[in-house]
Design a protein around this ligand. Sequence first.
Ligand code: AMP
Length: 477
Amino acid sequence: MKLKEECAIFGVYGAADAAQVAYLGLYSLQHRGQESSGIITSDGDRIHEHRAIGLVAKVYDREILENLPGRLAIGHNRYSTTGFSSIANIQPLLVDCKIGKIAVAHNGNLVNAIELRRGMEMDGSIFRSTTDSEVILHLIARSRQSTREEMIMEALRKVKGAFSLVFLTTDTVMAARDTRGFRPLCLGRLDDAYLFASESCAFDIIGAQYMRDVAPGELCVLGPGGPKFMRFAEPEEPLQRCIFEFIYFSRPDSKVFGENVDKVRRKLGRRLAEESPVDADIVIAVPDSSNTIALGFAEASKIPFELGLIRNHYVGRTFIQPRQSMRDWDVRIKFNPVRGVLKGKKIVVVDDSIVRGSTMRKLVSILRQAGADKIHLRIGSPPITHSCYYGIDTPTRGELIASNHSVEAIGEYLGVDSLHYLSREGLLTCVEEPHNYCVACFSGQYPVIPDGCLHKDVFEDRTGCGEGFGVREDVGR
Ligand code: AMP
């Protein structure tokens, strides 16, 4: 079974051409998943579906969207986790069971999916995909509760870990978030239609209004009588919102966990400048994810912000490339230095995070070749020492450079003149409710331990599925 990693989900209820709306929403959530995309619609009677491997722009065309009629839709963009991908794993997943057709799209990772699946397989269940999300549909189909909502809520009480979900049936669109609120999910409104999206930036493109987040432990049902909010479980305090959404993953123009990503990111940069001042001529970002952090750094340090690296936007994130041998090539094609800006300068390079260190090592040599005199590296997050089990695609612990190297050794490996990471305390001062965040990737203190597993390496070994288990083969931007 595969861990499904970072993803985008979207839902529409009550809009003419719901598929078009979902398409636009998924387009603006492309950064959350680039491997495949799918939309399922309902015209009130029948379900229509389209899924394919590729970027949103490639997966759909006018004719495909016209063949997805209806006022209800859900959609999903999926990230790559392993070189292997199969059509059967492309979401939304759709099944036909005693309550009729039901589809689900999932962002997050279930930590007890293997156990649940093995138990059901022993009982004779047949699974069609290798994603953890299919377990949810099986649990719903097996439920003996009397109403559809009760069946879904019972299933949600059985799964553990991180899940933001959207469901579609012939007459409803629903959304749910796990009790700790790991991954974001918000509710919006467009005239008489209601929308769900992983991030609010998906509402802007359609002219919809952000209303509020789907609450942890909540099932929100959109039907003819307007939204109905139900609780499948009480929120578990403290919440475990993923702080990495602010550091790297969400778009700066989004509102996530009730805060503007742009504002939080600038604070990261300002705090970083306060924690590790430096004498330099210019501040540059590694575009795009660290742009706003670098702006915050420049503002607080009063060192001018310059565009010293230009990113080629037509190259996918390197870490979805299937073969290690292609990676270095990708870093070079992705980032090109602006020699005139860098030559002879003492530069502060701001990046959001270091995972394996391979991207930055390559970039440092590119910057040196461009004539940078001194390179002071500032990272807008603490060292990533532990793998994530809740939906961020991190490699196994042994591959994380900070899990087995000191900051000094990392600086030497990267070839920089100085290196500073934002402190964990500093990071937490940048969000409004610091106690409600998961920082397990920096601390190793996991709020929900994957059943019987202490780290990803073990998790992978024990699946025995032969496909690897959420191991990405390359990491980068
Ligand atoms: P690495 O070469 O492994 O150190 O990759 C570090 C780069 O990957 C950083 O510049 C980050 O912006 C980016 N990054 C961090 N986390 C992720 C992630 N989960 N998925 C994709 N890229 C990431």
